[in-house]
Design a protein around this ligand. Sequence first.
Ligand code: SIN
Ligand code: FE
Length: 295
Amino acid sequence: MSTPAPADVLRTLPDSRWEQGPSSHAEHLLEGGHVLQLPQLPFILAPGEERFLDPTWSNGKAKNISLRGTSELRGAQGTAADLAALQAMIRRFAAQAQSLVDRLFPQYRGKLRAGNASLRPFPVEGRVQSWRQDDTRLHVDAFPSNPMHGVRLLRVFTNINPSGRPRGWRVGEPFADFAAHFAPRLRPAVPGAAWVLHRLHITKSRRSAYDHAMLQLHDLAKSDLAYQASAPQAAVDFAPGTTWVVFSDQVLHAVMAGQHMMEQTFYLQPADQLVPDTAPLRVLERQFSTRLLLA
Ligand code: SIN
Ligand code: FE
């Protein structure tokens, strides 16, 4: 399977309905490192929901308002009635995202596990963050506290900005090139460290060699300003009303601009892919000629 240069990362699908449409069997595009954009697939707000396009619904602790499962709303503040309406809105997005992935990726049907859905009400510009949390720097998604053990991160995003502002992204080079670039700087974990992190509840499960490598790649990319400036990359704007789908553990991405977005995360085992060899786990294992998960 060939891997796209940054300028060629985007693929456009014409679908205008979540539940039905002309596109299907797009697994090979997604696994090949493309971002699938659907410029005619908006998330339609119900009457009254425009009021949720406002950061003041955030409780100020988390950068997103998220729905875990179908009923656990996190990061929001408001009256019980408002929070119920906000939850219903995010739940509707989660259901539509599920319909979309079931339709576009029949190979994954019954295999994708839905994670959190979120509403992201804050403007991207002007956020003050540590470099590690700074998503305006190119990165692949990897989380310090949440080891993935090779499981894929598939994300559905929709720009719901009400005043025409695009969500501005940058996308980078193919995962294998990125991994090869930083491979000489990767270091093995200190023996016993994964056990200690888990024992101290810093991680939710034992961090695998895969997670250790992915976290280093995340950090090496974000901390390398020369790489940020000069690595192969392309700017991509997602207009309001556009939905896009990406393996965010594979496609180097950065968010540069925008406000108000919906997001749904799904998890997929590499073995359930059309071509499991495209998974970052398998790419890294080939690169290092070693297994990165315990049997
Ligand atoms: C990210 O996953 O890095 C952020 C994406 C976004 O906020 O548009
Ligand atoms: Fe990210």
